[in-house]
Design a protein around this ligand. Structure first.
Ligand code: ZN
Length: 308
């Protein structure tokens, strides 16, 4: 949906513009939308030091004179609006971004409505409002790529609380044939990200997993870990859909394996029709990928503009 930047309402009022930022560890995607989600412009920038990247992002949004801003960012983030460090990136391993006041720097000198959430929380609200989880009250979005992150929405709202869900680091049982059951997470032995993110697969096979055929045994191990994840999410959050995105899930042959193993692990304990008979409607790819996070960031900005 492409519009033009000089669109005007019939009564001659300038259309309100909403800035959206999906802040990732390797790239930043920035866009400007009107209030009906027509995309007016979009760019992407490499994620360098904040002293380099943030002034460029601020200049972009200031130059487009956005009326509101929504940010979906890598984390962990401070999402407590009452906190003096609200909108800061906190304990990230990306040292230059640690304790960085992302939202405050983007808004410096401008008084506009704004909201920030994790990139995966942004993705889950986008999929619930416009994508594969339309009509769901509760859903989980997991991204399985260079890391693993999880966004959770309950009764239509993303979960914050103590911090925000960090489901990428839940502990799993090792696969009996995994040659590296400790995994590669620097923080935890045997956590999901350390066992099942892209770098974990690469470490397990000592090379580039994207070159392997679908029937390579490493994907059986991968599916086992992702199925444990889906079982734990099912039992913990009772979502109506589990959405699996990210680069690793571009290998579509993983989906049937993960569904089958999740059913096996659940052991008949969850007697719900969707899980027993329609697993293909329960564990699903995102509909808006790769724009789920960006569209979710737009929705955050739109809600801030509307005062929601
Ligand atoms: Zn971990």
């Amino acid at each position: 949906m492409l519009g033009t930047e000089d669109t005007f309402h019939q009564e001659g009022m300038a259309v309100k513009k909403i800035g959206a930022l999906e802040a990732g560890g390797t790239k930043m995607v920035l866009a400007v939308y009107d209030e009906t989600m027509n995309e007016l412009d979009r760019i992407s920038l490499p994620t360098e030091d904040p002293s380099v990247t943030v002034p460029k992002m601020k200049a972009y949004f200031d130059g487009h004179q956005v009326d509101a801003l929504g940010v979906g960012s890598f984390g962990p983030l401070d999402l407590n609006p009452a906190s003096p460090t609200y909108g800061n990136i906190t304990s990230t391993p990306k040292l230059k971004w640690r304790d960085y006041p992302l939202l405050r720097e983007l808004l410096a000198g401008r008084n506009i409505p704004a909201a920030i959430d994790t990139d995966v929380n942004a993705a889950v609200i986008a999929e619930m409002e416009l994508g594969v989880a339309r009509g769901c009250e509760n859903a989980v979005y997991m991204t399985i790529g260079t890391g693993i992150g999880g966004g959770v929405a309950v009764h239509g709202k993303t979960v914050h609380g103590l911090l925000h869900p960090e489901a990428g680091h839940i502990l799993l049982q090792p696969h009996p044939e995994d040659p590296n059951p400790r995994g590669v997470c620097p923080y935890h032995a045997g956590c999901l990200e350390g066992l099942a993110a892209g770098p974990a697969i690469g470490a397990r096979i000592g090379g580039d997993a994207s070159l392997l055929p679908d029937d390579h045994p490493t994907f059986e191990i991968e599916a086992y870990y992702l199925a444990q994840m889906c079982m734990n999410l099912t039992l913990t959050f009772s979502p109506e859909k589990i959405i699996l995105g990210g680069g690793v899930m571009n290998r579509k042959s993983l989906f049937p394996m993960v569904r089958q193993k999740t059913l096996e692990l659940l052991g008949g304990y969850i007697q719900v029709d969707r899980v027993i008979n329609h697993m293909e409607e329960y564990i699903v790819p995102p509909m808006l990928y790769p724009l789920s996070g960006l569209i979710g960031s737009y929705l955050l900005g739109k809600r801030a503009l509307d005062g929601d």
